[in-house]
Design a protein around this ligand. Structure first.
Ligand code: CTP
Ligand code: MG
Length: 230
């Protein structure tokens, strides 16, 4: 069984006030997407499929030669992240066997540590279902509710002991994942939630806080600082 990676990079970055979609914002002299691809190429993936918006003109402007031809752009992004990943899996299926492993990783997580990736691959390759990088919640968790005046107040304090934050990469067999994403109901914001709808329980592999998702403008400086330490 071979290992492949797929990076959805067809979003528009509406929560981050940038001049261009965040996957192309410069970080340590390279577009954010480049760092996500580099991390994936640090484990033994055959190819990294990058799912782009159909009208993307930015990808071709950058230099991907560091990855020795392993990066393959697919111009088939969809309206949601879930659509982009599903379309990418369909487009990649000519080169990928249904039983091959697929690592799906956000372009918006450029700082995933090599050790986290290695742990995910090692633990999931020995697992019947696959799994995800995730982090036990460290903060106290409050449930919110508005009072009569419309002010947000604490409605309850939640038990955090069983709560984890899902990260990417998420690693599943390509065929199972495509089927799960195709058939999933409701809001599907990661691969695992589609797999869960099949009644399967993805493995949780402990990641780290360095693997932040760049979502808001202030996250860019944090990501740049993390990359500068390497
Ligand atoms: N993504 C995608 N196709 C979409 C939406 C998102 O490929 N239709 C990708 C993004 O490019 C990103 C990843 O999914 O790599 C995670 O999404 P998110 O962090 O939400 O990025 P955006 O959707 O671009 O940002 P926002 O939600 O703030 O608009
Ligand atoms: Mg989004």
């Amino acid at each position: 069984m071979a290992l492949f990676a797929l990076v959805p990079a067809a979003g528009s970055g509406t929560r981050l006030a940038g001049a261009q979609p965040k996957q192309y914002l410069p970080l340590a002299g390279r577009p954010m997407l480049w760092h996500a691809v580099r991390a994936l190429c640090g484990v033994e993936v055959e190819n990294v499929f990058v799912v782009l918006a159909p009208g993307d003109t930015e990808f071709a402007r950058h230099d991907w030669s560091a990855f020795g031809g392993r990066v393959e752009p697919l111009y088939c992004g969809g309206a949601t992240r879930r659509d982009s990943v599903y379309n990418g899996l369909v487009a990649a299926s000519a080169a990928v066997d249904v039983d091959d492993w697929m690592l799906v990783h956000d372009a918006a997580r450029p700082c995933v540590p090599r050790a986290d990736l290695a742990a995910l691959v090692a633990e999931c390759a020995a697992d019947a279902i696959g799994g995800i990088l995730a982090l036990p919640i460290a903060d106290t968790v409050k449930r919110a509710g508005k009072d009569e005046a419309g002010v947000q107040r604490v409605a309850a304090t939640e038990d955090r002991t069983q709560l984890w934050l899902a990260q990417t990469p998420q690693m599943f067999r390509a065929g199972l994942l495509a089927q799960a994403l195709r058939d999933a109901k409701g809001s599907v914001t990661d691969e695992a939630s589609a797999i869960e709808q099949l009644g399967l329980r993805p493995r949780l592999v402990t990641g780290s806080r360095e693997n932040l998702k760049v979502t808001y403008t202030e996250d860019l400086a944090i990501a740049a600082a993390i990359l500068a330490t390497r």
